[in-house]
Design a protein around this ligand. Structure first.
Ligand SMILES: Nc1ncnc2c1ncn2[C@@H]1O[C@H](COP(=O)(O)OP(=O)(O)OP(=O)(O)O)[C@@H](O)[C@H]1O
Ligand SMILES: [Mg+2]
Length: 334
């Protein structure tokens, strides 16, 4: 999609299909392409089941890849051998939704952070304790919590410990999958502030998977909207929020109540049948629920995304480059 030569992550037509039975596949990720620059934060949003977590896991080789390609820092993620995967582990990390489950319940958090440092080998053994203290300070944890096990900590403290573990590898890329969803609202804000601070300090690239559009708007430079395993719209966060182009994005944005912008995505913003990646409709996958559906949408696969008003859109409404998009937008707003 964006054609800069400096991308940290370059994803091209990536697919993750799971076999459901003898004949059918769950097409969880079904042709995703994008690039991520060093230090950039990309929000990944879309209804439950659209493939966000599957994509995130595939990109870190924590889950399978069944088609397409993805390159991180020059490493072919899908085809990586043990050395390539070891490199990927040293340069990337994931932060999970459930901070308690993400940590070993038997290990005090200081030891859990030290374990990552020992495996990664960038810090000499004698320096590990000092680095653990430094990482804990960085995420706002008092050093006397180092001896506590996860069960003796609050959810917010556990998530900070999870972030410290992720930072221990000094990653270039972190993928955070709903990493504040399980926390109280006030703690969520603290963790988001921490991420904002850390990413600017460390030039971290971040893929931030979230239902909460308010948080995405605060944190992310760009946002990608997924529908049934594909990115349907991607652009600078402010552009996508203030002037969404794809009918699905418009529906999502319209469904955010103005009085409570921090509310999450509605599970069914449009009504109609909830989508199933087992049975993806022909043509444009969104056509059965699209308020602007045209005959072509029922038959022809959606073309690759193209730039419209600074966003990348995959939608037949924008097929003809000669189209006057302003009038198209007015038409589908009606
Ligand atoms: N290991 C698996 N085997 C079979 N199907 C799977 C597997 N993992 C995920 N899926 C299916 O792939 C689809 C996408 O799932 P995924 O968890 O990536 O969605 P998501 O966008 O992260 O949803 P949520 O917002 O609820 O977390 C779903 O239909 C899910 O049931
Ligand atoms: Mg998920």
């Amino acid at each position: 999609m964006t054609g800069s030569g400096k991308a940290l992550l370059r994803v091209e037509d990536l697919a993750v299909h799971f076999r459901a039975d003898r004949k059918r596949f769950v097409r969880a990720v079904n042709g995703v392409s994008f690039e991520l620059l060093p230090g950039e934060t990309l929000g990944l949003v879309g209804e439950s089941g659209c493939g966000k977590s599957t994509l995130g896991r595939a990109l870190l080789r924590l889950g399978p890849i069944t088609g397409g390609s993805a390159y991180f820092d020059g490493i072919d993620i899908a085809g990586a051998d043990a050395t390539g995967i070891a490199h990927l582990r040293r340069e990337t990390a994931m932060i999970f939704q459930d901070p308690y489950n993400a940590l070993n319940p038997r290990l005090p958090i200081g030891a859990a952070i030290a374990e990552v440092l020992a495996v990664q080998g960038k810090v000499p053994r004698a320096g590990i304790q000092a680095r653990v203290a430094e990482l804990m300070a960085m995420v706002g944890l008092s050093p006397d919590l180092a001896d506590r096990r996860p069960a003796a900590l609050s959810g917010g403290q556990c998530q900070r410990a999870g972030i410290a573990r992720a930072l221990a590898v000094e990653p270039k890329l972190i993928i955070a999958d709903e990493c504040v969803a399980a926390l109280d609202v006030s703690i969520q804000a603290q963790i988001i502030n921490l991420l904002i601070e850390l990413k600017s300090q460390m030039n971290l690239a971040l893929i931030f998977i979230a239902h909460d559009l308010g948080v995405v708007r605060r944190l992310c430079d760009r946002v990608a909207v997924m529908y049934l395993g594909r990115i349907v719209e991607m652009g600078r966060t402010e552009d996508v929020f203030s002037d969404p182009q794809h009918p699905y994005t418009k529906a999502l944005m319209r469904a955010i109540p103005e009085i409570d912008p921090d509310r999450g995505l509605p599970n069914d913003p449009l009504g109609g049948e909830p989508p199933s990646p087992l049975d993806i409709p022909p043509g444009c996958a969104f056509h059965p629920r699209c308020p602007a559906v045209m005959p072509i949408c029922r038959q022809d696969p959606v073309p690759a995304t193209r730039f419209i008003n600074a966003c990348e859109i995959a939608c037949h409404l924008y097929d003809d480059p000669q189209t006057n998009h302003q009038s198209t937008r007015e038409r589908i707003h009606a």
